[in-house]
Every structure is written in structure tokens, then in C-alpha cells.
Design a protein around this ligand. Structure first.
Ligand SMILES: Nc1ncnc2c1ncn2[C@@H]1O[C@H](COP(=O)(O)OP(=O)(O)OP(=O)(O)O)[C@@H](O)[C@H]1O
Ligand SMILES: [Mg+2]
Length: 448
């Protein structure tokens, strides 16, 4: 049975589990002081359970240890209640993982039901994708997905207790982000415990979850398996890729069928969030879409496990990082071919010279940089290349070396641009030849 030090003793929703709670019970006056009597100014969010406040709570009276926390208070009008509250306390008391949000404690006083969590300074993934329009790079998004997938995999198979856990309410608002943007899965109020090591085992329940995120198979049969979480995670992957909500007025049947139709019509690239479209390598895009599609398979048995999803996403991230490194190397190579007297180290620094000052922000090199550039360029290149070519090549190289991967060109763009510059070279040589011919003609006529 769940052992709590609270004033009320509650029936356990998971009576067969031996709980040893890691979180503590807070007195109501401690919550009042942490939230300044539930001051509106401290409200940081609002969900189906009630309002969420940012507060400072004393967790050790002796040492006066104060931590910043998120305090969720059950709203009397909420359609959630005691069962979700105790489910959350019992689940999170038992679980600790770097990709699950930690429950610091709870308070159950008269009709008040209050949960105290670690405060996540970057809020929820939903906030950034759909409310604030935060620029999130492709690699950053992949890392968030990998973190959330690891959290879910831990729930499904790695809890160390006798049972696996089905989250049942996976969605972007339940993926929180810590100070270094690492993902933390939250909200276990709807979670269910299931026997582990038997992927086909299901729990029959009243269908619960959030509209737009429910596995159609679970909806039709009422049979809940870990593969229902996998389905919903597929929806999250598509939201992250397209920056569209699971249910949006631009499509009729939800994001999954919209993406499926777009892929069939050969428009996968077009539906990627335009803010990061240029960053995503085509191979990574296909692999990512494939993982999402597999998660969203109508037949639960065809869906991957969360462990497989983690591996596949890690593979996509590695591919993308390799691709970005190739681009960076291409930039260094382009400079390297032009500048034979120096070599560049990995961080773009060059012995005795400030490489950063050479990197133009715009196509036009600043005069100062141009002078510096001319000093270090290989004499033979200087002799053969026109100013226009030098400037254009530098610009391509600098774009490849850009610190922000979203500003990097694709290798295709690099190739096309270098081709264009090479053609300039042919014209340059031709016009140089013409100049030479003209001057020798003039010389000949002078001699005549
Ligand atoms: N631990 C936390 N740290 C920081 N912000 C949080 C924390 N928990 C919740 N929030 C903020 O509060 C908002 C509401 O969270 P809450 O979990 O109550 O509802 P929800 O997940 O948005 O919706 P629902 O209740 O339908 O699941 C979140 O979107 C987030 O911005
Ligand atoms: Mg939530």
C-alpha cells in the first residue's frame, strides 16, 4: 500500500504495488506561503487539473533549503479529481528518471489537492511550438524528441519495479523543458500499470486521453497497451516536424492523415516547418517521417517499441550532425584551397589570425576583411580569380561555417554555387585572353 504522511489516507489506485514515496507531504500553510496566497501574478499555466503557479518552497526547515517549484492546484470546477491526484502522487513518488519531471511533494488538506513539481524554466514543448513561435532548430527538436522517447521507454520497460507503465496522456503540453532544453515527460494522472515483458498484454479501460491524440485502435476496442503511447508519440513527432497542432483547421482528419496524404502526393518537404526546412537533410527527413509513420500504424503490433524509436531518432540525429559537419568541412576546404599558408583548427581559429573577422555576415566583404583576406590568399589563386569570384567563394565558405545550422546551405546549394563561380572563371579567363590578345595586337600594330 502507498504510505503517505498526509492527513487523509486514500485508497490506492495501484493497491498491489509497494510504494516508498520519495516525495514529501506539505502542510497547506507551506503552500500558501510558497505561492503568496495563490497570487495571480505567479500563475504560469492552466490545464484540466487547475492553475499552475511558480513558487519558492522550503523543503528543509532545518537548513531552510528553498527551491523554485511549479505548484498545481486542483480546481473545484475541474473534471479531474482525487483519482488523478493520487495516481500522480503514487506514480511520481516511485519514479526517478532524467527525462521524467520530478514530484517534490503534495498537499491534501480538506478539499485542496496540490502537487509540487520541479520547476521547468522553459515551460512546455507546446508553448514553444504553438504559442510563442520560438525558433527551435532541427537538431534541438530531435534532441527534445529523443529525451521524451527515453522517458517513455523508461516508463514502459525500465522502471525497475515489477510493472511497466502506460502514460496515456502523451502530448506536447506534457513534455516540459528544463534549463538546458532537455525534455521531461510530465502528468501521470491518467497512467496505468501493466504487466511488463508481455507486449501484447492490455488493460481494458474507459477511453481517456486528449482529443486529437488518441490511438484509434484503443478508441475502437478500449484495449490499452504501451503501443497506444507509441501511436501518440508519432503524433508528437509530426507536430514537431510541421509545427502544426494535432488538430488544426487546415486539415480535416488530424495531423496523421494530413501527413500521410502529403507524403503520398510527394509533398513531404513542403509540410516541414518553414522555419527550419533548409536545415533538414533530405535523408534525415525521410527517416524521421518513416519513424513517425511506423508509430502511427493502425495495427499496434506493427508499431515500434519506444526503445526502437529512441534508437531510430538517435540515428537521425547522428546523420544530421554528420551532414552539418560535412558542410562545415566543405567550408574549411574551400577556404583551405584558397589559403595555402595557414591551416584552420576545428573551432575555426587559425594560428596567429582571427578567422572570425573574415567571416562576412553579408555577401559583400567589408573592406577591412577583404584586405586581410587578400593577404592570406594563395598567390596563384589571386592571380587567376576575379574579385567577384573571391567574394562569392568566401561567402559560400562562410555560410558552410555558420555556427547556426539553420543558416547553412545544403550540399546541393554549395555544388550549384561553386559551379556558377567556376563558370565565372571561364568568362574571366576568356576576357583575360581577350585582353591579352588585344594588347599583343596593339603591341604588334605599334611595332609595325
Ligand atoms: N513543472 C512545471 N514547470 C514549469 N511549467 C509547468 C510545469 N507544469 C506545468 N507547467 C505549465 O503549466 C501549463 C499547464 O500544465 P498542466 O499540466 O496543468 O496542463 P496541460 O498539460 O496543458 O493540459 P491537461 O491538463 O489537459 O493535460 C503547461 O503547459 C506548462 O506551461
Ligand atoms: Mg500537463
Amino acid at each position: 500500500m502507498f504510505v503517505a504522511t498526509g492527513k487523509t489516507s486514500e485508497p490506492s489506485t495501484f493497491s498491489s504495488v509497494q510504494w516508498s514515496p520519495l516525495c514529501r507531504h506539505f502542510e497547506f500553510h507551506e503552500i500558501l506561503s510558497a505561492t503568496e496566497n495563490f497570487a495571480e501574478a505567479l500563475v504560469i499555466g492552466r490545464g484540466g487539473f487547475g492553475k499552475v503557479y511558480k513558487g519558492n518552497i522550503v523543503i528543509n526547515n532545518g537548513s531552510k533549503l528553498v527551491v523554485v517549484c511549479a505548484i498545481k492546484r486542483l480546481d473545484s470546477m475541474s473534471n479531474q479529481g482525487a483519482s488523478e491526484f493520487w495516481a500522480e502522487v503514487e506514480m511520481l513518488s516511485k519514479l526517478r528518471h532524467c527525462h521524467l519531471v520530478s514530484l517534490i511533494g503534495y498537499c491534501n488538506y480538506e478539499t485542496e489537492m496540490i502537487l509540487v513539481y520541479d520547476y521547468m524554466p522553459h515551460g512546455s514543448l507546446e508553448d514553444h511550438l504553438h504559442k510563442f513561435g520560438t525558433p527551435l532548430s532541427w537538431c534541438q527538436r530531435l534532441k527534445v524528441c529523443i529525451g521524451a522517447a527515453r522517458g517513455l521507454d523508461y516508463l514502459h520497460t525500465g522502471t525497475g519495479i515489477e510493472f511497466g507503465i502506460i502514460h496515456r496522456d502523451v502530448k506536447t503540453s506534457n513534455i516540459l523543458l528544463d534549463e538546458s532544453w532537455a525534455a521531461k515527460v510530465s502528468d501521470f494522472g491518467l497512467s496505468k500499470i501493466t504487466p511488463r515483458n508481455q507486449p501484447s498484454t492490455y488493460v481494458t479501460t474507459v477511453v481517456k486521453g486528449t482529443f486529437g491524440y488518441i490511438d484509434p485502435n484503443y478508441f475502437a476496442t478500449g484495449k490499452l497497451t504501451r503501443k497506444s503511447d507509441v501511436y501518440v508519440f508519432g503524433v508528437v513527432l509530426l507536430e514537431v516536424l510541421c509545427r502544426k497542432r494535432a488538430v488544426d483547421k487546415s486539415f480535416e482528419w488530424g495531423i496523421a492523415s494530413w501527413v500521410r496524404d502529403s507524403i503520398k502526393e510527394g509533398r513531404l518537404k513542403d509540410i516541414v516547418d518553414s522555419d527550419m526546412r533548409s536545415e533538414v537533410s533530405p535523408n534525415c527527413l525521410n527517416q524521421f517521417a518513416r519513424i513517425a509513420e511506423r508509430c502511427l500504424d493502425n495495427h499496434p503490433n506493427n508499431r515500434p517499441t519506444m526503445a526502437e524509436v529512441v534508437l531510430c531518432l538517435e540515428y537521425v540525429l547522428t546523420l544530421q550532425e554528420k551532414n552539418d559537419n560535412v558542410l562545415q568541412s566543405a567550408g574549411k576546404t574551400i577556404f583551405g584551397r584558397m589559403v595555402d599558408k595557414f591551416f584552420f583548427t576545428d573551432n575555426g581559429q587559425k594560428s596567429g589570425m582571427d578567422f572570425g573577422s573574415l567571416v562576412p555576415k553579408k555577401p559583400n566583404l567589408e573592406a577591412k576583411s577583404e584586405n586581410q583576406l587578400r593577404e592570406i590568399i594563395d598567390d596563384q589563386v589571386l592571380e587567376e580569380a576575379s574579385d567577384e569570384q573571391l567574394e562569392a567563394v568566401c561567402y559560400v565558405a562562410c555560410r558552410c561555417l555558420d555556427m547556426r545550422s539553420e543558416d547553412m546551405p545544403s550540399m546541393k546549394e554549395v555544388t550549384m554555387e561553386l559551379e556558377r563561380i567556376r563558370k565565372l572563371s571561364i568568362h574571366h579567363v576568356a576576357s583575360q585572353d581577350n585582353d591579352n590578345k588585344m594588347s599583343s595586337l596593339m603591341l604588334e600594330s605599334e611595332q609595325d
